[in-house]
Design a protein around this ligand. Sequence first.
Ligand code: GDP
Length: 360
Amino acid sequence: DPDTDAGATGESLRTPIVAVLGHVDHGKTTLLDKIRGSAVSEGEAGAITQHIGATAVPLETVSNMAGSLVDPTDFDLPGLLFIDTPGHHSFSTLRARGGALADIAVLVVDVNDGFQPQTVEAIDILRRTGTPFIVAANKVDTTPGWNAQEGSPIKQTYEAQSDRARSMLDENLYEVIGNLSDEGFSADLYWRVQNFQKNIGVVPLSAITGEGIPDLLAVLMGLSQRYMKEEMAVDISGPGKGTVLEVKEEKGFGATLDVVLYDGTVREGDTVVVGGTNEPIVTEVRALLQPRPNAEIRTEKRFDKVDSVAAAAGVKIAAPDLDEAMAGAPVRVVRGRERDAVVEEVRKELAQIEVDTEEE
Ligand code: GDP
């Protein structure tokens, strides 16, 4: 029976979902662009996959970018999926099964600027949703007298600095560690952290020169592999579960959903239930869309159609009747289950999200 996927089930390890947050101008966009850019300049076809609302970096590319810091044979998780959180506020509503949509987060802090109001807000959200996180202490290259080491691990870059530059950076880093302590988190430079479940690791880096990015990737992979392997074991071929990042009008498609899929598979033709402003919406997937590589703004066709998408991934879902769908709402593929039971599941999850957001 193709509808229940009999014989095609089985556990696999999905990609951990990584969110990047922080105060405005502290470097979220630059960091994501740098990771995408270096992945592309690794020169391999398919080095990264650009998704709707997300970027997938496979293990091999992570390992190439991280050099000696990531030995791919140490890992069996497939890589990392970075989500582009649309706005700061919406991150707080990006839930999955009552928890956070992201499995792990990177909190970006400008080392010169330290903690700012949105840094504290982001920390509150991470605390409330129980999301493990690390801190990217960004813009180390702005330290006076800095001797930049393009793309190198932070240890190497440290060794290349004058005593004066090094101690100025250290001073800023200890301030960030102090800020974290004021927020109730015990933190330290990541190479001194023994237990990442008890202590927050701080990774000094520059989103412009790329120094420290190998360390960031190594820590993200290491944490995921060590602490999240069980959560990553999902039935990738089962009915898809996701969260709506955004509801967007698209020419020729009407209202569409930008979704991050965190479990299972969604296919063209699937019946799906989506949270709406009044009632859950039951509809059928007309098309699954991914951005075209190097899509030009002026070309008519900005998307490629795909037959199916497996977790974890970002995808645009085109379907009828999506006008009242909501950002932050759950999306469930019905396949092989009672439709009403799935509607009830979505209704319950929506009610929970409303309670949580009212508490804010
Ligand atoms: P966002 O608002 O957090 O997404 O911040 P952006 O990525 O837009 O960065 C804000 C500004 O800081 C931009 O002008 C960036 O070029 C600059 N910037 C970001 N990261 C770095 C860095 O590591 N070093 C330096 N020198 N500038 C940076």
